[in-house]
Design a protein around this ligand. Structure first.
Ligand SMILES: C[S@@+](CC[C@H](N)C(=O)[O-])C[C@H]1O[C@@H](n2cnc3c(N)ncnc32)[C@H](O)[C@@H]1O
Length: 155
């Protein structure tokens, strides 16, 4: 699967015939699809306000693990994490259609994982990853709010 990052276009260059060069012009703004570079600046810790947040002290973000899993596995393959913590690797593996296996020393953290896996039955959302595209931080929200402004204007 292609790992795609959608960024807002800063310099909207055009070819000589005036068509956008490597970017798309949309009603909601101008975007370019790229591959993630070697430096990932769009990852945060799971803040308390994010649905994925748990009490685990070193929980990784689902978005970070999703990038790793998408870059290194195919659908149906197994993701093994011998230090599972709050279960992020297994939860993301499940959301992305991979099988998973995890080991965790602390029983409370295992329970957090079980709860998260149960929630993932109904909710496959991964924050920052929509329609198989990673969105640069705040880009999707900006696009949504611009769209609702347009919709309200059309009413
Ligand atoms: C850095 S945390 C992993 C955090 C995890 N990636 C997440 O997103 O929640 C490492 C975990 O390994 C567990 N651990 C440490 N030694 C272990 C061992 N020998 N066997 C299994 N789990 C162990 C700790 O209890 C801790 O929850």
């Amino acid at each position: 699967m292609r790992l795609t990052l959608r960024r807002r276009v800063v310099a909207p260059y055009r070819t000589v015939d005036g068509t956008p060069k490597d970017w798309q012009q949309t009603q909601n703004g101008n975007f370019r699809d790229t591959f993630p570079s070697n430096l990932w600046t769009d990852i945060t810790i799971p803040f308390w306000s994010m649905p994925e947040n748990t009490d685990h002290p070193t929980q990784k973000s689902e978005k970070l693990i999703a990038k790793l899993i998408l870059a290194s596995t195919r659908i149906g393959e197994i993701v093994f994490d011998p230090f599972l913590g709050s279960g992020t690797s297994s939860v993301v593996a499940k959301k992305l259609g991979r099988r998973y296996l995890g080991i965790e020393l602390d029983e409370d953290y295992c329970l957090l994982t079980e709860k998260r896996l149960e929630l993932a039955e109904a909710d496959r959302a991964i924050q920052g990853y929509t329609n198989e595209i990673f969105w640069e931080r705040n880009t999707l929200m900006a696009q949504k709010s611009r769209r609702s402004t347009v919709d309200e204007g059309e009413g």
